[in-house]
Design a protein around this ligand. Structure first.
Ligand SMILES: [Zn+2]
Length: 400
């Protein structure tokens, strides 16, 4: 006997209408909507407000003057499982990028700002819900759609609001619609674990002086020593990786002046909760204690941090098992693996809610304006069918 979820997934694969899907994505990709670009964020929030209302959702827009709208939408059904489906409305690109890099189709790929991260995933979520609801699928207790406005800044602003929603609606299961990495190959390759992130600004202060006379207190030399100490964390903790950018000192001053100020941005990823918890103390100690140049002082600012890393718990493995069953029946290769990046899925896991990530379309080139793209044709159609089948299967089989 063909299961209901498989029948729906097959029908979804046959009926997926790519042209309007691509049309909407091209429209989104032509609008600047980097984090904090309120007009662009709000255009997208309004689109989802309108479309989700058509499906019967009760939609709430929560406005913030700096970040724009967050969207939450709730639909009550007749089943027993409450599902949280999450995406984000912001991209990483500055104002003006949309004009410079207009969306385009090349072969079987759609190129455009944010098509992969993550307009494609948001829209796939919406269209899967539209498909299921039109066919009378109601055997869920609640579906809660969450579209936040600052995931590209690790959801520092929206995370308390997300957590409140997850608790208020007693969400049992989470699905996160970030894209699936092209390098994983064909089929369905979802995410069952993610790392976490801390991002800091570090400034070291010394004192200017005549370098030739050995005067001054060299802030750059101390910054380099601190960076080396931070990089050394990688040897001590196998799950930690450190990246340093925006390193600067002595710009615009003469070669014979000792640099009085040196700055760097540091991002640190961790794989275990223990590492995640250890990072702030170690970084603070490295920042506060002069290593090579006495007389220096440092200022450390935590720019943002994600929720802690998470691993594939037994409940996440069970959820991934439902995905495997659905993919196999659709005849698609399948894997559930850890991903090195962080996402809003971490926030579900932090509250103990089993969550699967990378439910969005397949693509690549994220955060590279000229290269961000999404695969069209069968990969997109298959992923759409999988998501439809997966939601239907969770409704049927996730007893709580
Ligand atoms: Zn994303």
């Amino acid at each position: 006997m063909v299961s209901l979820s498989l029948a729906l997934a097959r029908e979804a694969r046959e009926n997926f209408d790519e042209a309007p899907f691509v049309g909407t994505l091209r429209y989104f990709a032509s609008i600047d909507s980097g984090t904090c670009h309120v007009p662009g964020i709000n255009v997208k929030a309004s689109f989802y407000e309108r479309e989700l209302k058509k499906l019967g959702f009760k939609v709430t827009l929560t406005y913030d003057p700096k970040y724009g709208n967050n969207l939450s939408a709730v639909l009550e059904g007749k089943g027993s499982v409450s599902m949280g489906l999450i995406g984000h409305l912001d991209t990483v690109y500055p104002v003006g990028a949309a004009e410079q890099f207009p969306p385009r189709i090349e072969g079987s790929m759609l190129y455009g700002l944010g098509v992969d991260d993550m307009h494609g995933g948001n829209l796939l979520m919406l269209e899967a819900l539209r498909f299921l609801l039109k066919r009378g699928c109601r055997n869920f207790k609640k579906i809660v759609v969450i579209l936040d406005n600052d995931e590209e800044q690790v959801s520092m602003h929206s995370r308390p609001w997300i957590q409140e929603l997850l608790k208020k609606h007693q969400i049992d299961v989470g699905l996160e619609f970030e894209s699936q990495e092209e390098m994983m190959g064909n089929g369905i390759h979802i995410t069952d674990a993610r790392r976490a992130l801390h991002v800091y600004d570090l400034t070291v202060f010394g004192q200017a002086g005549h370098a030739g006379l050995g005067e001054g207190v060299d802030a750059l030399r101390e910054l380099v020593a601190k960076l080396e100490a931070l990089w050394a964390m990688e040897a001590q903790y196998p799950g930690i990786s450190v990246n340093s950018t925006n390193v600067g000192a002595g710009l615009g001053i003469s070669h014979n002046i000792t640099p009085a100020e040196a700055t760097a941005k540091i991002s640190i990823r961790s794989t275990t909760r223990e590492e995640h918890g250890t990072i702030p103390g170690i970084v603070r100690e490295i920042a506060e204690t002069p290593i090579k140049v006495s007389g220096t002082q440092a200022e450390l600012k935590l720019r943002f941090h994600s929720s802690p890393p998470y691993h594939a718990t037994p409940l996440i493995k069970r959820l991934a098992g439902l995905g495997e069953a659905e993919a196999r029946k659709l005849g698609l290769p399948y894997s559930a693996t850890a991903k090195k990046g962080t996402s809003d899925a971490n926030t579900f896991a932090e509250l103990g809610i089993p969550v699967l990530g990378s439910l969005g379309p397949i693509g690549g080139g994220d955060h590279e304006a000229a290269n961000e793209h999404m695969l069209l044709g069968d990969p997109l159609r298959d992923k759409f069918a999988f998501v439809v089948g997966m939601i239907a299967r969770i409704c049927q089989e996730w007893a709580v």
